[in-house]
Structure formats: C-alpha cells, structure tokens
Design a protein around this ligand. Structure first.
Ligand code: KIV
Length: 303
C-alpha cells in the first residue's frame, strides 16, 4: 500500500451508479433483469464487490467458516456478526447491505429477534436482515418488518439447521417436501419478506416458487430460473478450504494466486532481492549532511 493512499479507496475513480435499494431488486424482478449478489464479510472484498457493480452484499454467517475457521455457522455470535457488518458497510457505497442473523439470535423469543434485527440497522449500518426458516418464522418476519427492518427469508437447505437436517442436503425433493417449500415461500412473502433466498433446491421447484412469488427469489444451488443468484466470495474466488459444492463456479484460482505470491515474496526476501533500493526511502542530500553526525558515528548507540 502506498503511504499516500492510506485511508483512500479507489471507489472514487469508478463511474457513479444508482444506490441499490429494496425497490431496485423488486424492479429487476419485474423487468426480468438478473439480481447479482455475493456473501462476504470484510472491508476489502466488500469494496471490490461494490466496485464490480454487485447489487446486494450479504454479510452471510458463512463467514464463520470462511473467515473465522469454525466448522459450521452455529458458533458465530451477534457481536461477531455486527463487527463484520460494520467492516463491510465501510467498503460499500452503492450495493444494498444485508446482514445475516446468526444462530439463536432470533429463535429464543420474538422480542429478542426484533431487538437483534434492529441492532444490525442501528449499530452496524445494515439495510436489511436475513433469517433462516419459512412458515414458522412468519410472526417474527411480521414483527421485524413492523419495526421498519426489511427481511429476506431463507428456505431450502438452511445451514443453521444442519443438525436437524442430519447434514447439508438438497431439500424439496419429494412431493410433500416441495409442497412445504412452496408453503414456506408464500408464508414469507405474506409476512412481508422483500425477497426469498432458495438454497439447495431442485431447479424445477425453485422455478415454480419463483413464478408463484411476486417478490424476488435469490438462488444458491437452486438453478438458473431464480430472479437472482448469490455465491460465497471465498467459493467463487477459489479461496475455500473445503471441496466446492456442485453449484459453485470458481471464477479465479485464488488459493494458487495467493499462495504463489507468498512463496515468491519469501524467496525474494531470503535471496535479498526484496526490498530493492527503489523500494527504499532516501534522505535528500541536505538531510544526509545534517544527519552526518549520526550516520557516520562508529557505534550507533547513544551513550
Ligand atoms: O451465510 C451465507 O453466506 C448464506 C449463503 C449461503 C447465501 O446464507
């Protein structure tokens, strides 16, 4: 990083675009324009996603695994999610910022759910929250929306239910399961959700839900017929440590790029090729003269 550039972002060099709001996503569904989204949890990647024109950024609780190294999303706390949401907020100028409510932050009782949802807006700069679960969350969604916090629902493979589902499995494969998913989606829309995220759902079922709902659907592992798509930043960048799921398309081999750069840096440093003279600061001639008593002293230790 250049010293002079500390604190600046390159966003100022980007052409301005309209701020994305919930209404923009609804408009995109109406106009059949795909909605783009990425799930991430830090300032640097948020800034890049915003500059790339991504419509909305989810501060997904998957950051528990990708950034914090937990085995599941369950251990991450409200405070940790707030911390990451604030970092993302600082990197975003145009995209809509949606914060993922972590496990047990909205299921104990409705009051706590509403309080935690409003914390994301008031203290972390989120513009909406996402909660996992369908029909059984209807009352909660209504209460949170009543508190002026827009809610995105999340149904299908809901990672916070990994233990109840006995693993990460595609949902909605039987007639009964597909009917339940459809009921969940409609219940969320009726409760006031502004969008419904469909994860790990057969393409045919996701397409039917998308056609039935008037609010946008956002798919991850739910086929191309959803109104929008979301991928986890670490997956699309090839930075994940886990083998990628079937639905992930890797747009870069980030792990190889980063690893090669680190090895090259270490090799340069050990062979004394880094830093070079050009990468060093120099005293101007007058300052060298002024500092001569120090620079030419036999022992640099002050007596
Ligand atoms: O936490 C997350 O990143 C998510 C995505 C799977 C959509 O919920």
């Amino acid at each position: 990083m250049k010293i002079a550039a500390i604190g600046q972002t390159s966003a100022s060099s980007q052409p301005p675009r309209a701020k994305i709001r919930i209404g923009t996503l609804q408009e995109k569904k109406t106009q059949h324009e795909p909605i783009s989204s990425v799930s991430l949890g830090d300032f640097a990647s948020a800034r890049l996603a915003d500059e790339a024109g991504i419509d909305f950024i989810l501060v997904g609780d998957s950051l528990a695994m990708t950034l914090l190294g937990y085995e599941t999303t369950l251990p991450i706390t409200m405070d940790e999610m707030m911390h990451h949401t604030r970092a993302v907020r600082r990197g975003v100028r145009y995209a809509l910022v949606v914060a993922d409510m972590p496990f047990a932050s909205y299921t104990i009782n409705l009051e706590e759910g509403v309080r935690n949802a409003t914390r994301f807006m008031k203290d972390a700069g989120a513009e909406a929250v996402k909660i996992e679960g369908g029909e059984k969350r209807s009352d909660l969604v209504r209460r949170i929306v009543d508190a002026e916090v827009p809610v995105m629902g999340h149904i299908g493979l809901t990672p916070q239910s990994v233990n109840v589902m006995s693993g990460y499995k595609v949902q909605g494969k039987s007639l009964e399961a597909a009917e339940n998913l459809m009921r969940d989606a409609v219940a969320l829309e009726r409760a006031g959700a502004f969008a419904v995220l469909l994860e790990g759902v057969p393409r045919e079922v996701a397409a039917k839900i998308t056609a039935e709902l008037s609010v946008p659907t956002i798919g991850i592992g739910a086929g191309p017929d959803c109104d929008g798509q979301i991928l986890v930043f670490h997956d699309l960048m090839g930075l994940s440590t886990e083998p990628p799921a079937k639905f992930v398309r890797k747009y870069a081999d980030g792990a190889a790029i980063v690893s090669n750069a680190l090895r090259a840096y270490k090799a340069d440093l050990e062979s004394r090729k880094f830093p070079s003279d050009e990468e060093s600061y120099h005293l101007p001639k007058e300052a060298q003269l002024a500092l001569a008593p120090v620079l030419t002293r036999k022992r640099a230790v002050v007596q």
